[in-house]
Design a protein around this ligand. Structure first.
Ligand SMILES: Nc1ncnc2c1ncn2[C@@H]1O[C@H](COP(=O)(O)OP(=O)(O)OP(=O)(O)O)[C@@H](O)[C@H]1O
Length: 441
C-alpha cells in the first residue's frame, strides 16, 4: 500500500466559490520524491495542508502511513504530525532562539531526552551544513541558512514524510540548489519528499516524479517529469519571446529532456533517537562508501545554475564564485573543467575523476552525485554564457534574494522561550513544551 494515498479527494473552503481540490486520486510510495507543480491557486498548498491535517477534506479518503485522516481526532492530530516534517517558503523560525535551539526545540516538544538532543542536534546541523552557526539567531543568517535551519528542524526526528511548500521560493538559484541538495540527501535516507514548487529549473533538472495540478485537478502525473512554468504565468508570451530570441525555444532549458516519460501507526516517541541515529549512520555510510552517485538531478541543477540558466527568465545571480553549496558540491571551476572535458570527449575519464574529487564530503554533507556527461554540456554552457548578456536585458526578476524576514510565532517573552508553531515542528508544540533550559552545545 502506498505511504500516501488519496481517493477522490475534494476540498471546498467555507468561503470558496469553487473547489480548491476536485476528485484527487493519488498514490505516493515510500521513498518517493514528488514535485507538485501548477499555477498559483491550482491547489498545491491545499493538498499539502490536507496531508498535514491542517485542513480536512470535504470529500474522499486520505491515508497517510496507514492513518485514515478522517478518523484522526483533533487530540490525535499533534501526534500524527510528528511523523511529518514540514518546510515553508518563509522558514517560520523562532526568532528569539538560536539555530541550535530552533532545532532542539523540535525534539524537546516531543519529550526527547536532553542527552539525545545533545547528540542529535549537532548531527543534523552537520547534515545541512550549519556546523559553526549553532549560536546564531535567525536574523544573523542568510535566507538559505535560515531555510536549512528549517529543514534541520523538520528532519531532526527523521520523519518518514517531509512536505515542503515552495522551500526555494525566496531564494536565489544558487542557494536554491543547496536546498535541493539537502532535500535530495534527506530523500536518499528513505524519507518521502513532497515538494510544491513553481521553479521549473529545479523540476527539470531533478527529473523526479511530477504531479501537476490545474484548477484543483491533477492534469499530469509523470515519473520523470518536467515543468514549463511559462505556460501558466500571465507574462508567458514575454517569456516565450525571450526564449525565442535566445534561440532556445520557450520552455526548453539546457538540461531539459525528461518530459514525456510519461498499517503503520503513530511513531513511538522513544524511537526518535534510534531512528535519527540510524538515518545519519546510513547517510554517513553512503558517503564513505562513495555510493552517492545514483542520482544525477543535483548535478544537472548545479550545471544549470552555474551556466547561468537559472530560471525561466534566465536570471544569473552574481557572484557565482562563492558557490556552490554547503554540500561540497561542484565548484565553478570544476564545472568549467567539466565543460572543457565535455568539449574534448563526452566519455573522457577525467570527467568522472574531477567529479569524484569534488564530491568528497568535508563536513559530513552529502555531495552531489556525478553529473552526466552529455555532449550538450559544453555547448549548453556556451549557449548560456552567450545568452547572459541578452538575459540581462530581457530579465524580469521576481526572485527575492536571501534575507527574507521570518515570521514571529506565538512568542512568550516572559520566559524568553517561544512556543513552536504547531506547523513548524509538525506537532502541537506549545502544549507540550518542556521546561528544559535552553542549551548550547
Ligand atoms: N483558507 C482559504 N479559504 C478560501 N479559499 C482558499 C483558502 N485557501 C486557499 N483557497 C483557495 O483555494 C484555491 C487553491 O489555493 P492554494 O493555496 O492551494 O493554491 P496553490 O497552488 O498553493 O497556489 P500558490 O502557488 O499561489 O501558493 C485558490 O483558489 C485559493 O484562493
Amino acid at each position: 500500500m502506498a505511504l500516501i494515498s488519496l481517493r477522490h479527494v475534494s476540498k471546498v473552503y467555507p468561503k470558496g466559490t469553487r473547489p480548491a481540490l476536485h476528485d484527487i486520486t493519488l498514490d505516493i510510495d515510500r521513498g518517493d520524491f514528488v514535485f507538485l507543480v501548477g499555477a498559483s491557486g491550482s491547489g498545491k498548498t491545499t493538498l499539502l495542508s490536507l496531508l498535514l491535517r491542517e485542513e480536512e477534506a470535504t470529500d474522499g479518503e486520505i491515508r497517510v502511513a496507514g492513518n485514515d485522516l478522517r478518523r484522526i481526532s483533533n487530540r490525535q492530530v499533534p501526534q500524527y504530525r510528528r511523523t511529518i516534517g514540514f518546510v515553508f517558503q518563509d522558514y517560520k523560525l523562532l526568532n528569539n532562539k538560536t539555530v541550535w535551539q530552533n532545532v532542539a526545540f523540535a525534539l524537546e516538544v516531543i519529550g526527547t531526552r536532553r542527552s539525545a538532543i545533545k547528540s542529535l542536534v549537532p548531527k543534523v546541523l552537520e547534515t545541512v551544513g550549519l556546523t559553526g552557526k549553532e549560536r546564531s539567531y535567525p536574523h544573523e543568517l542568510s535566507g538559505g541558512e535560515q531555510q536549512r535551519v528549517a529543514i534541520a528542524r523538520a528532519y531532526v526526528n527523521h520523519p518518514q514524510i517531509l512536505l515542503a511548500d515552495e522551500p526555494t521560493g525566496n531564494l536565489d538559484p544558487t542557494t536554491s540548489l543547496g536546498i535541493m541538495e539537502v532535500l535530495d540527501a534527506i530523500n536518499r535516507t528513505g524519507t518521502t519528499v513532497v515538494m510544491a514548487t513553481h521553479n521549473e529549473e529545479i523540476v527539470n533538472s531533478m527529473r523526479k516524479r511530477v504531479v501537476e495540478l490545474h484548477s484543483g485537478s491533477i492534469v499530469r502525473d509523470e515519473e520523470h517529469g518536467s515543468y514549463d512554468s511559462a505556460m501558466y504565468f500571465p507574462d508567458a508570451e514575454v517569456t516565450s519571446k525571450a526564449h525565442q530570441a535566445l534561440g532556445s525555444g520557450a520552455g526548453s532549458t539546457v538540461m531539459t529532456s525528461g518530459a514525456g516519460d510519461s498499517d503503520l501507526r503513530f511513531r513511538p516517541q522513544n524511537g526518535v533517537e534510534a531512528e535519527v541515529t540510524q538515518a545519519i549512520a546510513i547517510e554517513a555510510g553512503t558517503i564513505a562508501s562513495g555510493a552517492m552517485n545514483g542520482d544525477e538531478g543535483i548535478a544537472r541543477l548545479a550545471q544549470s545554475v552555474h551556466s547561468g540558466r537559472t530560471g525561466r527568465y534566465g536570471e544569473a545571480f552574481a557572484p557565482l564564485e562563492t558557490t556552490l553549496t554547503w554540500g561540497k558540491g561542484l565548484k565553478l571551476d570544476e564545472v568549467e573543467r567539466l565543460a572543457r572535458s565535455g568539449e574534448s570527449s563526452a566519455t573522457d575519464e577525467s570527467v568522472d575523476e574531477s567529479v569524484d574529487e569534488s564530491a568528497t564530503p568535508e563536513n559530513g554533507l552529502l555531495a552531489p552525485p556525478a553529473p552526466p556527461t552529455p555532449p550538450s554540456i559544453a555547448s549548453a554552457t556556451q549557449d548560456a554564457r552567450q545568452t547572459d548578456a541578452d538575459d540581462a536585458q530581457t530579465t524580469v526578476s521576481t526572485a527575492q534574494v536571501g534575507e527574507t524576514a521570518v515570521e514571529e510565532h506565538a512568542e512568550t517573552p516572559e520566559n524568553g522561550e517561544s512556543d513552536a508553531d504547531s506547523e513548524t515542528t509538525g506537532g502541537d508544540a506549545a502544549s507540550e513544551q518542556n521546561e528544559n533550559e535552553e542549551e548550547q552545545q
